[in-house]
Design a protein around this ligand. Structure first.
Ligand code: PEP
Length: 245
């Protein structure tokens, strides 16, 4: 099974999100060999779930708070996303870690709360440019994996990882497919220290319609988490169609 996940971030307003979901619905861009999911803004989630409900296309939250209920002004819980039909939720996207100060401890709490709510966490990990330049990529990835997986109880198929080098996100400077494969092989060997379950690992960072197939042709890479190229009908449509061919 290969995965194409589109993280719409805060790029699309209500009307644009609905238009893109309607496009996915009318073009019948779902296929049993590909798990396709979109991560819209919370405000449109219910409408997108309605549009896609007769397809195999799933939705996910870009982030969810880890308390399940209570006096947490502004937060939306994993349970609330589950209740309106979401399948997945991102945990520890680099923008959450770097713009909002999320720590490995916060990410772990989110992963546990998503699993408790019945959502599948997509745990985002990746090294910064500074890590890379100081030869600390493996150290950073191993630490993020340890904090997320040590002692974590989950069934096979419930947890995914996205390898997203911070320097490649939104920069147009994608990680070379061979380098992404090397990091993903390392990530899989680190996860195996904590779990015998197969955990799919996606690559994310400036994937677009021109380079997507170079990632999908490599065995270790189980799919792609795509940001800006998933927010336009033409590029997202072309990406999905080229992978489905
Ligand atoms: C992302 O936000 O997860 C991402 C990979 O963004 P982009 O594709 O725009 O680099």
């Amino acid at each position: 099974m290969k995965y194409i996940f589109g993280n719409w971030k805060m790029y699309l307003n209500f009307e644009e999100s609905v238009n893109l979901a309607n496009f996915l619905f009318t073009e019948k861009l779902d296929d049993s060999g590909i798990e396709l999911a979109v991560f819209p803004t919370a405000l449109v989630m219910k409408d997108i779930n309605n549009i896609l409900k007769s397809t195999s296309i799933k939705t996910g939250a870009q982030d969810a708070g880890h308390p399940s209920k209570g006096a947490y002004t502004g937060m939306i819980s994993a349970e609330m996303y589950k209740e309106i039909g979401c399948e997945y939720a991102l945990a520890g996207h680099s923008e959450r870690r770097h713009l909002f100060g999320e720590t490995n401890k916060d990410v772990r709490a989110k992963v546990e709360s998503y699993l408790d709510a019945g959502l599948k966490p997509v745990i985002c990990i990746g090294e910064t440019k500074k890590d890379r330049d100081s030869d600390k990529t493996r150290y950073r990835l191993a630490k993020q994996i340890m904090r997320a997986f040590e002692g974590l109880s989950f069934d096979e198929g419930q947890v995914l990882v996205a390898y997203e080098p911070v320097w490649a996100i939104g920069t147009g400077n994608a990680c070379l497919p061979a380098d992404a494969t090397d990091r993903i092989d390392f990530i899989k060997s680190e996860i195996a220290k904590y779990s015998q379950n197969f955990v799919p690992v996606l690559y994310g960072g400036s994937v677009d319609e021109d380079n997507v197939l170079s990632y999908f042709s490599l065995g270790s890479i189980d799919g792609a988490l795509i940001g800006s190229a998933s927010t336009k009908i033409s590029s997202f449509g072309n990406i999905i169609k080229s992978v489905l061919k």
